[in-house]
Every structure is written in structure tokens, then in C-alpha cells.
Design a protein around this ligand. Structure first.
Ligand SMILES: NC(=O)c1ccc[n+]([C@@H]2O[C@H](COP(=O)([O-])OP(=O)(O)OC[C@H]3O[C@@H](n4cnc5c(N)ncnc54)[C@H](OP(=O)(O)O)[C@@H]3O)[C@@H](O)[C@H]2O)c1
Length: 294
């Protein structure tokens, strides 16, 4: 039987409607709307399109959305000074610096420079540390989105065997961490696989929930998935272009084969992607509320 499709587009729409309602209350009662600045350095086409998408959603939700584009050759000191300017700006509640940055800029220094209270991407080590010990903080947007998808789709994580493929700082490590915590959408038993894992299928075949963030097209095939598993495909791979020049995308999971074995699966596009942007907006609303002491 074909798997149920977990639509990130639909769940994201639900959350965006909730955010819209919160923004209008905030505006009415406090005369404030959430402010989000996205800083883009250079013109990497993927980064340009990500930043555009984030700004478009922020604008739609009624945020004060500022797009700050800087030239490729901006110095590290100039970028740090720009971040400090936004750290001090009371109308800006969230600061996002689009990664990757040009090689002459130290990404670590830039992430440390953002005020943790405005770090709506959840990458500042203060937020990462708070996440690990289970304190309130800004969760990184992709793992936060995966968590919301699981919760809102009624997937039981408590006691489940979860396998995460990938151990990056932005997806693999944080989602693994969140899933084993004592919290809603947590309490799972988690295994993490990476390129040094021996016999990956022996792990993935045990997964009740399989989360794949490897960054390679269709590395997970049907023979690696347990019958009835829930499969979350984080991968976004550009595998070609349509005659109109639009990118053709696929995930890290062989969707057509795996959907015949899984009980539920996320598509690419329309799965984790829309959730990531939405959770950035949720974090920005949270930052604005904190600034207003709400
Ligand atoms: N939907 C979204 O919103 C969203 C957000 C972020 C990322 N993504 C996508 O998710 C994917 C992963 O992103 P990322 O930033 O986490 O990537 P990354 O930094 O390249 O990390 C990939 C991880 O996967 C592991 N890996 C790669 N190939 C593997 C294989 N064949 N078997 C087992 N492990 C393997 C790597 O292991 P090692 O550590 O051993 O190298 C690494 O830990 C990408 O396609 C990216 O575009 C999507």
C-alpha cells in the first residue's frame, strides 16, 4: 500500500495562519510587528533564492522585513559592524546571516556576533547549548520543522526507534538531540549514521522513524526501509533543469520505491523545505514577544 504523504506545505500553511493571527494581535495591542533582517553576502544563486523566499514569507505574514545585500568583498570587520548595528536596533527582532559566507569571512565569528536573543536561526552556541540541556531557546529551523511535522501528523516518537542519517550541525546533530529529549515529540531511542557507519542498512531497517539528511540523491532505497516506517526526507538535491530553466529537485530518499513500503513519507519538494522557513518566522515572532516581555 502506498504511504500517507506528510505535506510540509499544508502543515506550514496552518502554522503561518497561526503566526498571522499572533502578528495582528501584537500590532493591535502593542503597535509592534516582528522585524526580521536577512543579510546576504555576494550573489550565490541558491542563497539569493533562499533569502528571497524567506523575505517573501516574512512580508506576507506582516513582518517588518529587511533584506540587506552586501558585496562579496565586504570585510569581516564590516560584516561584524553591520551585525552589531542590527543587534542594537529595537525594530529588528531577528537576524539571519545567509550561509555559506565567502572564504575570507570566519563563519564562527559571525555566528557568535549575533545577539543570542535575536538568533532566530538557532545557530549561536548559546542557543545550541540551551537546546542540548533542554532549556527554552531558539531551535534551529529545520529540526524544529521536522519536530512540528511529526507532532502535527500524530507520529508517536515516544519509545520509537529513530535513525538519523547525517550528523551536520544544522540538521543531523540537533534533530537527533531533540528526539531523545524528555519532551513532546521526543523520548525516542536514537541512532545516528554517517559516512563511517558500517552496514548502514542494518541500522535503517530497524527504524520506526527514519530521518535522512545526507545531501545525496536517493541514497535511501526501499530495501533499506522497514515495512510501515515513517520517513522524513530532508535532502534537497538539484538534479537538472526543466526546459523552462527551473531546477528539478529530488530528496535523499528514493521516493517512488520507498513510498510503497513506508506508512508515511515527506515529499521533495513540499516536505521539510516549507517547514524550515515557517519555523524561522515562528522564532522571529518569539523573539519579538521576548523583546516586549510577553
Ligand atoms: N529542507 C530543508 O529545509 C533543508 C535544510 C537544510 C539542509 N537541507 C538539505 O539536507 C541535506 C543535508 O544537509 P546538511 O547541511 O545536513 O548536509 P552536510 O553538512 O553535507 O551533511 C551531510 C551528512 O550526511 C552524511 N552522509 C553523506 N552521505 C552519506 C551516506 N551515503 N551515508 C551516510 N551518511 C552520509 C555526512 O557524513 P560525514 O559527517 O561522515 O561526512 C554528513 O554528516 C542537503 O541535501 C541539504 O540541501 C534541507
Amino acid at each position: 500500500m502506498s504511504a500517507k504523504i506528510i505535506s510540509g506545505t499544508q502543515i506550514a500553511e496552518q502554522i503561518r495562519n497561526e503566526i498571522k493571527a499572533e502578528v495582528s494581535v501584537m500590532k493591535e495591542r502593542h503597535g509592534v510587528v516582528p522585524g526580521l533582517v536577512t543579510i546576504l553576502v555576494g550573489e550565490n544563486p541558491a542563497s539569493v533564492s533562499y533569502v528571497k523566499a524567506k523575505q517573501a514569507v516574512a512580508h506576507k505574514l506582516g513582518f517588518n522585513s529587511i533584506q540587506d545585500s552586501q558585496p562579496e568583498d565586504i570585510s569581516e570587520d564590516q560584516l561584524l559592524a553591520l551585525i552589531e548595528k542590527y543587534n542594537q536596533d529595537p525594530l529588528v527582532h531577528g537576524i539571519l546571516v545567509q550561509l555559506p559566507l565567502p572564504r575570507h569571512i570566519d563563519e564562527g565569528k559571525v555566528l557568535y556576533a549575533i545577539n543570542p536573543g535575536k538568533d532566530v536561526d538557532g545557530f549561536h552556541p548559546v542557543n545550541v547549548g540551551k537546546m542540548v540541556i533542554g532549556e527554552p531557546c531558539f531551535l534551529p529551523c529545520t529540526p524544529y520543522g521536522i519536530l512540528e511535522m511529526l507532532i502535527r501528523s500524530g507520529v508517536e516518537t515516544s519509545g520509537a526507534e529513530v535513525v538519523v542519517v547525517g550528523r551536520s550541525n544544522i540538521v543531523g546533530k540537533p534533530i537527533a538531540n531533540l528526539l531523545f529529549q524528555k519532551r513532546e515529540g521526543g523520548n525516542a531511542t536514537v541512532t545516528i549514521c554517517h559516512t563511517r557507519t558500517r552496514d548502514m542498512a542494518s541500522h535503517t531497517l530497524k527504524a520506526d522513524i527514519l530521518i535522512v539528511a545526507a545531501g545525496h540523491p536517493r541514497v535511501i532505497t526501499a530495501d533499506m526501509v522497514k515495512e510501515g516506517a515513517v520517513v522524513i526526507d530532508v535532502g534537497i538535491n538539484r538534479i537538472g533543469k526543466t526546459p523552462e530553466g527551473k531546477a528539478i529537485l529530488c530528496g535523499d530518499v528514493d521516493f517512488d520505491g520507498v513510498k510503497e513500503k513506508a506508512s508515511a513519507i515527506t515529499p521533495v519538494p513540499g516536505g521539510v523545505g516549507p517547514m524550515t522557513i515557517t519555523m524561522l518566522m515562528k522564532n522571529t515572532v518569539q523573539a519579538a514577544k521576548q523583546a516586549l516581555s510577553l
